[in-house]
Design a protein. Sequence first.
Length: 164
Amino acid sequence: MSAGTIALVGLGGNLGDAAATLRQAFQELDALPSTRLLRASGLYRSRAWGRTDQPDFINAVAMLETTLGARELLDAMLGIEHGAGRERHADERWGPRTLDLDLLLYGDAVIDEPGLHVPHPHLHERAFALVPLVEIAPDAMIPGTGAARAALAAMEPSGIEALG
């Protein structure tokens, strides 16, 4: 594969064996066409965000190198979610799910299209995404915001626990 774009993908889930689902998703991301997994963060447990009446989430971040375009990568990610039993409902946000894959960063691109927003619009305010992101990409920059590390330093990441 020729040099591609570095993409950072957030993984999360809180139904079933979420840790096993995330480990499987790392493998499936690595198996995407024209894509390879460069780094996988550790797994982190965090309290549910948005809707708190649900089980804790397991979260992680994958660093990919890909020659897929951002939309192609997103479509492939949605296919992996679907294969893990994820059903998306337009009227439900932040609910329980078997697997959630979010395109956090795609190189230094800023994309604002229907269904595709990069950088992820809430990345800079979500410690559960920033902790694993900074673990594997400590120098990552969030276009329009600045250093991911600085965004994380500006918040209180309490309640996020590394899994062994």
